[in-house]
Every structure is written in C-alpha cells, then in structure tokens.
Design a protein. Structure first.
Lengths: 357, 325, 357, 325
C-alpha cells in the first residue's frame, strides 16, 4: 500500500481525477494556478490540463460565480475556490438567487453542477473577517448541498461525488484539516453526500460533530474511553442534507446527545440537529440534548481571546460530564478533565506551526 | 407563424405580435387568473425584435423581469408563456415561475429572472463555454438602465474584456427604474463610455427604430466574428404602461406628461407600419390579415393556458436537489 | 381615542418621529421618495424632511449599504429599505463583513447605528426570487439584531427602538402585515428588541410564532379555544436576540411546544428555539417539541403549488393535535380540524386582494 | 516625532519611519509573537506619505489589508499599532484585530479591514455626511489594483459622481494581487479611463516619487474644494516582499527577476534621500540622526507592545451588541 496522504493531496487527487474524466470540468479561483496552488490542492493541474481549465480570476466573486453558473447551464462542470469562506459573502446573490434556485425554479430545466470549495480559517490572527464557518447559512437555503469532510478519505470521495453531482455543492474545508494524513485509495471512489459516519461506537453518549470538530471529538472520546466511558462519535460529513437519522438511531441507543460545531451557536447546524433529534427521538433522550459551538461573537485575533473563543477540550469535556450527570468534581470527572487539560495554544493547527497562513 | 410573411415584413410582424400579446395580457389581467407580477414592454418592442433579428437560433439569450418581448422575439413558444403566466402545468416552467421566469431551451432562450442583474454574469459563463468549445454561439444579455448600476455588471465588463468573450450586453434605456428617473440614479454621462473604457466595442441608437436596432446589432455580431471582443449596445426607448401591472400610471406624475406623449408618438410598431405602407412593401389588407391571424393565435394561446391543468400539489417536491427525503 | 391605524402607518409614524427627533436620521432606499412611498410607509416624509434626508438610490445595494455604514461611523443614523428581502443578498458582504462586525472588531470604536427594513414577499407570484424570509441567515451572524414585529403597535415601538439602538438592526416586515390595523398611541414609545410577548395565555401547549405566523397562530388558538383547549400563544417579535426564556417559562407550564416560522425549516429560527427549549426545559417537556415552517423548496408561483408550499391552518392544527396526543380522527380532533378548514387561497393577503404587489 | 524635523524633510522622514518600522516588524516576525497575517508595504511608502501630506488631520482615511503605511502616514499611534500586532490590550483595537484591523480615530484614520473593497463604500458614507453637514472634511480610501475588480468599487464610482461626494479614491497599482499579475485579471486598458467615464476627475503618476504623489493629491484636493467632484488617483508602485509575511519570495518566480530588480532601484526612500542630499536640504549627519531617532522610537514601541498585557479572556464578551445575556 502507498503511504498515507494528506487531506490536501486527497483533494488534489479528486480534482485530478474529475478533470481527466470529464472535459467539462474546470477549476477557477483567485490564485488557482499561482505558485502556492491553493495550499497545494491544485498542484500540477495547470501543467496537466492547461490554462483553459485551470484558471485564475479577477477579484470579482459575484460575477465569476454567475459565470460558473452560466457555464453549468450549457454543460460545463465548474469547481470554484475561495481561499476563505468570507469572500463568498460577496457572491451570496448569485449563490442563493441563482445557483440554489435555478433547476427548481425552471422546473428541472438547466442544471448548475457546480462545486464551490471554501476554506474555513482559524487562528494566527485570521480574526474577524477570515474565519467564519458558514455551513448554517448555506444549509438554510434549499437547493444547496453543504458538505464538510473531516478526513482525507472523505475529502477525496466526497469531492468526486460533489463534482459529479448535478446540483450546486458547497464544499467546506477547514484549514486545520489540510495537513492531516491517512490512507486513501489511489483509484477514484465516491462517498455519498448527506450520510454521516460513525467514527466509533459507544453507548453512553452520542457525540455528533461537524468538520474540524470531529478531530476534537475523537480526542475527547479517547480520554473518556480511558475511564470506561464509551462515547459514540459521529462525523456528520454533510450539513445539508443532514443525516439526522444516523444520529437519532444512535441516540436511541445512548439516550444522550452532544453536538459539536465550528460556527456560531445561534441558528447553527447544531441547533438543527438538536431540533430534529428532539423531535424524533424525544422519548429515548435521557438528558437534555446539548451543543458546543462558538459564542455569538466575532473571531478575535489575540491568542488569549482566541483561547476563550474556541471550545477547549476541557470545556467540551465538562459539557459531556454534565450530560452524563457526572459531577466535574467527582473522582472520575476530575480525572477525565485532568486528562483533557492542555495548554496548547488554540490559535495554531499544530504545535510547530509558524504563521502566517 | 400561422400565415406566410414575406422576409422583410417579419420584424414588423414580430413587433406587432408582441404588442398584441401584451395588450391581451393587460386586458385580461383584471380577471385575477394571472396571479403574478407582470412587467409589460409595450412601447419597447423594437429592441427585442431588432436584436433577435440579428441572431441565430443557436445563439443564446438571457432576459430580466421584463422579458415577454425577448422571449417571443427569440422564438419562445407563446402557448407555454401564456400558460406559465396562468400558473399552469404546461407553462414553460410548469407554473413555478410566472411572467418573470420564462425559459425556452428549444430556441436557446436560456432564462430570465427578476433579481436585477441576476442573469448578467450568467452570460459570461455561456460565453466562456462557447469560446472554450470553439463554437460560434453568441450570448446576448438584455437589461435595463437601472441594472447598469449593479456592481456585477462592471465586474462582468472587466471579465468579458479580459477573456474576450463572445457576448453582447444590450441595455434598454427607458430612463426609469420603477418610478425613479435616470438623473436620480446616475450622473450625467453616457453609459457607453464606461463599457468602452473597459475595452468593449459599443454601439447605441434609437431603440424605437427597428431597422436601426437590427443594423447596430448586426454590426456587433460581425465585430464579434471578426475579433471576438464583447459588445455593449445601448438603445433609448420608453415604457408606456406602469412598471409592473397592466395599467397606465400617468396620474402618478412621476414622468413629465409631454415626455410620455412624445414617446408615444414614436411608437415603434406604428412607425414601422407607416414605413412599410409608404414603401408599399405591404398593403392595408395584408396588415389587417396579420393582425387577425395574430389575434387568433393569441386567442388560442389563452384557450391553451386556461385548458391546461394546474400543477398537482405533489409535483411541488420535484427537482428539490438537496433533501431527497 | 383616535381610530385604529395600519401597520404601514405605524411604521411611518415611527420614521416621522425619529426624523424629527434626531437630525442624524436619514432614510434611503430604492423608491423611498417615489409616488408609492414604499407601500406608503414613507408617505409625507419627503415633503417634511426634504430630499437630503429622504433619499432614493441607484440599484447598488452593496455600495449603498456600505455608504450607510460609513455614515454611521461619523454619527449618522441611516434607515435603509429593501422592498424585498431578496435584494439584500446583494449586500450580504457589507451587512456581514462590516455592519455586523465593525463595533466588535474595533473594540467598541465606531458604531453602526443602522436599521435595514426589508419586506418579506408572499403570494401572487412573488415566487422563487421575491419571497424569502432570511431571519435565520441574519440571526446566525453575531452583531446583528433581527426583529420581525407582527402587529402595528410593535412596528411603531420597535422601529423607534431600532433606530435609537446603536448597533445594526434588521427589521423584517411581512408584506401580509402591512394592511392590518389596531390602536396605536400617537405619541412615540419604545418596545424592547429581544423580548417575546405572550399574546394569550393557556396551559395545554405553547405556540411560539414569528412574524406573520403570529396571525395564523392566533386564529388557530381561537379555534382550539372553542373546543376547550387553551393554547399559550407567543409572538417572538425578535429572532435575535431570541427570547427563549419567555418560551421556556411557558413550556414549564404547558409541557408542549410548537414553533411556527415563515422561512424554510432547515436551520431556521424555529430550530434554534426548539434547541434552546429542549436544552433548558427538557424535564418539563411532555411531548416532542415540534416545528411548522416552509418545506426546503423555493416558493412557487402557481396557486396550487403555493397552497402546498405554505402551511395551512389545518396542517398546523394537525401538528398541534399530534403534540397534544389527540387523534385527528377523534371527535374533538375532527371538529377542530373542520373549523380550521378553509378554501381561502393562500397566495393573497386578503380575499379581495387584486394583484400585483 | 521625537526630534525636530524641518518642514520640507518631513515627508522623507515619514517614509523612512514607515520603512524602518516595517523592517523591524519583518525581522521580529519569526519570534512567533506577532500571531497574525501581516502585509508589508516596503517599497510603496511614497503613496501613503505623499497622499497624507496633502490632507488635514480632520480629513478621513480608510485603508485595506496593507495599511501600516496609511495608518502611520495619517498620524496613527505607533505604539498602539505595534501592540495591536502583538495582540495586546493596548493595541489600537485591544488585540482583537491584528495588523489588518488598524484604527486611530484621534487622527481620523477610520479603520482598515482585509476583505478586499470592504472599506471602499464606507468612504461614500463619510463623504455624504461631510457634504450634508457642510463641513470640509475630505475622505480618502486607499486600495490596490486587485480591488479595482470588485463590483462595489464601480457602484461607488456611480454613486459618488451622482452625489458629488468629497472623496478621493487612491489606487496603488503594484501590478499584483497576491501572486497574480495584472494582465491575468484585467484587460489592457487604463483604470483611469473608467473612473473618468463615470464622471470623476482623475490623476495618475509615479507612485515611487513622493513629490509627484503629493502634488497630484494636492491638485485633487483643490479640485474638490473648487467644484466638489470625486477624485480617482492611480499611482504605480511595487511591493518588494511577499504578499503576506515578512520575507522575500522571489524564488517563487511569479514576478520577472528584472522587474523586481528594476523597481528596487526606484526605491522611494532612497530616491528622496539622494535628492535631499544633492539639494543640500539635509546632511548625512542629520540623516543618521533621524534613523537613530526612529530606531529608538521603534525599540520603545516594541517594548511598549511587549510590556502591554494580553487582553483578559473575559473582555472577549465586551461590545457584543446582539445577545446581551
Ligand atoms: C437587485 C434588485 N434590486 C431591486 C429590484 C426591484 N426592481 C425590480 S425591476 C426594477 C427596475 C429595474 O430598472 P431597469 O433595469 O431600468 O429595467 P426596466 O424596469 O426599466 O425595464 C427594480 C428596481 C430587484 N428586482 N432586484
Ligand atoms: C473579497 C476578497 N477576495 C479575496 C481576498 C484575498 N486577498 C487578500 S489581499 C488580496 C490581493 C489584493 O490585491 P490588491 O488590491 O492589488 O492589493 P495589494 O495586496 O497588491 O496591496 C487578495 C486577493 C480578500 N481578502 N477579500
Ligand atoms: Mg429602465
Ligand atoms: Mg496590488
């Protein structure tokens, strides 16, 4: 077997496959063919497919989104890239008013088989305008699929699926996932959009997580496991369609739910998941469902504020203990929290990171 | 067309047809069966017909909120349009859209939508596809003077010039956006100069003169074939009725009375008719027979629309791409 | 006492008062001084305050939003108007990236005391691009207040409060509320932003509703009352801040919750309310919390589709019965549903409405 | 300024100060204590200084992601800037923003933010307020050649011309947006012509020549005073270091090697210095004393920044306007 590959490389392989497989696929975005190749996710593509299919663009996010939509109407399959989600707000008009609606409002005439890759920034001063996580905004809009794979395997399989999908797909990549590695098949494969994945099973609590939160969830589940508490950890993978069925089935077993999300708490995707599970698995819930997400504030730059802003393992651990009705001051509670205590900075993806990014 | 029309009279016939269709729509609107906003282009028929006369069926057209004329001039199906306005299953979008959401892919009328400037950048995409594929399809986007104020139009100017896209933007300058006149929205300078400064070829003319519109558009088409640069055309014209709805609204006094009157004197249909008669290209009897035949066609289209069933409630759930459940 | 006034007139009085009270207030929007005066909500203002304060604008939603924000930074108090919510998507960049963030990201320096009035369209073919209800989108963004008064009294009191607020407020007016009438004081007064209002008390179920849904809720509560079932009806009034406390307190009494909203169900404000109440009043809930909102589809034009798309009184009634564990086929159930049955068209605000609007 | 500087030498001093501040920032960036993206303007100092030399303190300035120069040239507090970059409580936004979010309302540096074109329309609002209030405050918005491609810039052209707002847009054309050159983003035509077509007065010049920048800006200011039209100024200049970060990045080969070299020869600071020395406006000793004094000031600002505490975690919740709970 070949060595593990990064999330970045997985994305690149997906693009490479789709470009080779269908000449209608093209990639466009600010910096797509530049030396940094979108954090290397487009490396080598310009050389292989040429400037007509691997395109830079002016800083005109709305018009270029419309351009992609129009090209889709005549059978092209555009992949657009924004290096930060926040730039996509300039294109909300075209994304919402056209991409999301076209096929439905024209009664099935005209497809928009478009993928918009966007990166969620975090830390090292990405700050108020470079770190939003807009899955809830897009998920509220009918006609958009919104996916946020957390591991390289899914990044590859879901990106291929997204590009082959006949409707618009918002593909959210958390910047703190790009360097992560795992074994991923070399050949193309597809993972469904809209299906959650049980990362590990357990019976005391269901921990459902979106995007980078899955990494946090897994670490925390490890810590609890050491103390005999088995947490069922679910990678939601898609925000829309949202696979509440998998979560509800899990909650029927565990009786408890905590949802982790990378965005603001109010009107976030975690609320939707809590609402759906509360509606559907009400009787089986043994404790109030709970959420951990960002406070309703803008991302600050200073590391001390960052640390207060982003969820900490301890903070999540406390919420889990509460849902399990275990006192934080109890022996078990304090042991677990102790294990979760870390003074790693919360503004870098890994310890020896040297900004900027 | 139900009757034979000599080639040189066709544009006139098309204009007359749009006029009569819209008059019929206006008349019947009060029956409360066309339950959607409706923006009529009465008085502005020369632009759609003149521009489309210079296009091939394979060329692509996008419209805006006021698109009956563009749709019909491009060859869109009248029955499907009428049924759409009636919200019926045989409408061109199955009743989902109404007057502001017309589409007829058989003739490459690619769609129109009411968000101002919404379709403008779509034309970049169809234009890019034509260019990448090396075919000769031209894309035309119609919009109004108000639309010119949206930033995306200017982003599009930059991009189409950069990529040398085979697109024609046609700005129908009727001096108003709803009730607001041009002077309240734009400084006193020609729009043309802006497109030109972006590197576009430009043309402008009397939007009530069909021959002029057709000629200017033909020239633009030739320039695209010759050197592939995008083309911006501006035509002056005037809307007779209210912005939205079937009535006149001159009692609201937002337009000078003499302005309305003077533009009505420049009726594109009547001017053309006078010309054809004076040239003896056509006789009064022929004219009458056209009108008769169009009125019959219109009557049939209303019959078609009324006879068509409403879409079934369950059909609402079709084409929902997101949540298959 | 003076006669009842319409919602429209209430809005107008609020604007009139604020313009007279503070010379920094100005009103800007497409058509503000035109003959229709934004459905008459700006009637008479041009004559009284002149064209420097009652302004039309080019079709440049994003730049003009930025203009308002900039004017706010030097002490002006802009009121911007969009005749349909959908036009505001063109200004998402400025609303989210600047208006919502400025004061927070500059550590309290520079205020954006801006109100953006937007109308929610419905029916008579407002269709896919003229009828969205974006409260959830805006509520997800920290730094924005989002209010949606349902009655003339609140329209006046909350608009004055909104204009006097030092931060940005999204003020959503449902088009089907504009003609409604009630007694409203002539003198200025303020109603808080972020406080729900109990419209009528009851003990069998809590029916919390946003905007136009309050009208529907009240009618339905009437029908249930005739049959001895007292529904506590709450007008949420604000989506953000969302007053879940009032709802949770009500649910502690009734044990049951149904939330009505005017937007799409997924990731809507109803999900947030259900999530908060599930978290906080979990023990007191006797039945699964429930939501009635729009299906995740774009608004269709055709009346038959409209009828399927928008909630019907019967549909809401059925959901209530279910939450109350009353069979729809039971005597009581069928009597109530019968009372709620109507064949009024769902694409007009009142029966003798003659479009367009 | 800690030492006395003759009036005619001040602009040079300002440029030198910006250069030395940024060199110090670049040098210390690797210490990992400035934990934020940082866009340096080394090589481009003449534009901020030249433009701001024509402004009064009461005039207002907005910047973008690359704003150290604008901030300092407008008179922003160096200590507060340095502390901001260090994420400290004494930073100009209390550490919330970092390098891309500078503000100093004491000198009417109104703010800068990293969303490209984000501040552009804000200048319309401050401009409108000045006009409505009848005061003589001018608003300047600085932005880059990449920013010019955003639609909102063009909406702003239209609006400012319509309303005759007292604003100056200054476009620093350094030929690149990140690693992408101008030719890949815009057709070959002058930006000036577009602003002009909208009805703006325009000016352009060598952005590395401080005297020229200052003079062109003074003329623009005079034109505003004379007839109130908005002004668009374009200055050619060049960024020496990487787009974001403290290093050179010429190994990436996205810019022709001779281009970088030739622009470095046109260093705005050195050119000015040579001129001053040759004019004998200044002596080498004086020069050395300036440099010394600036380096001391910088040292103090780093001391200030490092000594300043980090904001307390609880302070995060301040100024949250929405959810008071
Ligand atoms: C983005 C947006 N803003 C505002 C509106 C409301 N609106 C609909 S049509 C129209 C007037 C457009 O004027 P113009 O482009 O000149 O076209 P005309 O109606 O004159 O044909 C306006 C403002 C809209 N539909 N979309
Ligand atoms: C709306 C938006 N799109 C993209 C970016 C990413 N970005 C940051 S700076 C920059 C380059 C801007 O180029 P220019 O305006 O010429 O300024 P310069 O960096 O050359 O000073 C880009 C693309 C952004 N911050 N905002
Ligand atoms: Mg017009
Ligand atoms: Mg640049």
């Amino acid at each position: 077997m070949r060595p593990d590959i990064t999330y970045t490389e997985a994305v690149r392989e997906a693009l490479d496959f789709c470009l080779s497989d269908d000449e209608n696929v093209f990639v466009v975005g600010e910096g797509v063919p530049d030396p940094k190749r979108i954090f290397n996710t487009t490396a080598g593509l310009l050389e292989k497919y040429g400037p007509q299919r691997i395109m830079d663009m002016p800083l005109s996010e709305n018009a270029l989104t419309g351009m992609c939509i129009g090209s889709g109407l005549v059978g092209m399959r555009p992949v657009m890239i924004h290096q930060r989600t926040d730039f996509a707000y300039l294109a909300f008009d075209q994304i919402i008013n056209n991409a999301a609606k076209w096929n439905f409002m024209f009664n099935g005439q005209g497809q928009v088989p478009m993928v918009i890759r966007m990166m969620i920034g975090r830390g090292w001063g990405q700050g108020p305008q470079h770190s939003s996580s807009p899955q809830a905004l897009f998920s509220h809009i009918p006609g958009l699929k919104v996916v946020m794979p957390s591991r390289p395997y899914d990044a590859k399989g879901m990106l291929i699926q997204a590009i082959e999908d006949n409707g618009p797909v918002i593909f959210l990549e958390h910047r703190w996932l790009h360097h992560m590695k795992e074994a991923v098949p070399e050949e193309p494969f597809r993972e469904p959009l809209g299906k959650a994945r049980i990362v590990r099973s357990g019976n005391s609590l269901t921990l459902a997580a979106f995007s980078y939160s899955v990494i946090e969830a897994t670490k925390i589940a490890d810590a609890f496991k050491k103390h005999g508490i088995e947490i069922e950890t679910i990678d939601m993978r898609s925000a829309s369609p949202m696979d509440h069925q998998t979560v509800a089935a899990s909650v029927r077993k565990t009786g408890r739910l905590l949802v982790l999300d990378t965005s603001w708490i109010t009107c976030g995707v975690a609320a939707e998941l809590v609402a759906r599970v509360s509606e559907e698995a009400f009787k089986e819930l043994k404790a109030p469902p709970a959420r951990v997400a960002l406070p309703d504030l803008h991302a600050p730059t200073s590391p001390t504020l960052s640390k207060e802003f982003y969820p900490t393992p301890q903070g999540i651990g406390e919420k889990i203990l509460k849902t399990l009705s275990i006192e934080t001051s109890s022996d078990k509670g304090s042991l677990i929290l102790n294990d979760l205590t870390t003074d790693e900075p919360l503004d870098v993806p890994f310890l020896d990171f040297k900004g900027p990014f | 067309m139900p009757i034979q029309i000599p080639e040189q009279v066709k544009p006139y016939y098309e204009m007359l047809r749009i006029r009569l269709v819209e008059e019929a729509l206006a008349e019947r609107y009060s029956e409360q069966e066309m339950r959607c906003p409706m923006h009529l282009c009465i008085g502005q028929e020369a632009v759609p017909v003149g521009v489309c006369s210079a296009l091939k069926t394979s060329d692509m057209v996008f419209g805006n909120h006021r698109s009956h004329g563009y749709y019909l001039a491009k060859g869109g199906d009248l029955n499907k349009m009428t049924a759409e306005i009636y919200g019926k299953v045989d409408g061109c979008c199955g009743g989902r859209g109404g007057s502001m959401h017309l589409i007829d892919l058989d003739v490459n009328f690619m769609g129109c939508t009411p968000i101002v400037a919404g379709t403008v950048p779509l034309g970049l995409g169809t234009g890019l596809a034509s260019k990448l594929r090396g075919n000769d399809q031209i894309t035309v986007v119609f919009f109004g003077d108000g639309c010119f104020e949206e930033g995306v139009v200017h982003e599009s100017f930059n991009y189409a010039a950069l990529m040398e896209l085979p697109v024609i933007f046609v700005c129908e300058n009727n001096e108003y956006s709803v009730y607001t006149n041009l002077e309240s929205r734009q400084p006193d300078r020609p729009m043309n100069k802006i497109a030109e400064a972006h590197g576009w070829d430009v043309g402008s003319g009397n939007g009530n003169d069909l021959n002029q519109v057709a000629k200017i558009t033909q020239q633009a088409v030739s320039r695209i074939k010759a050197h592939g640069r995008p083309q911006f055309l501006e035509f002056d014209t005037y809307r007779w009725l209210e912005h939205c709805g079937p009535n006149e609204d001159d009692h609201l006094d937002y337009r000078p009375a003499d302005q309305v009157a003077s533009w009505k004197k420049k009726c594109p249909v009547l001017q053309m008719q006078t010309q054809l008669l004076s040239e003896k290209s056509i006789s009064q009897e022929e004219l009458d027979s056209y009108r008769q035949s169009i009125l019959e066609e219109i009557e049939l289209s209303f019959n078609f629309a009324k006879a068509s069933p409403f879409p079934s409630p369950e059909s609402l759930y079709q084409f929902s791409n997101t949540n298959p459940s």
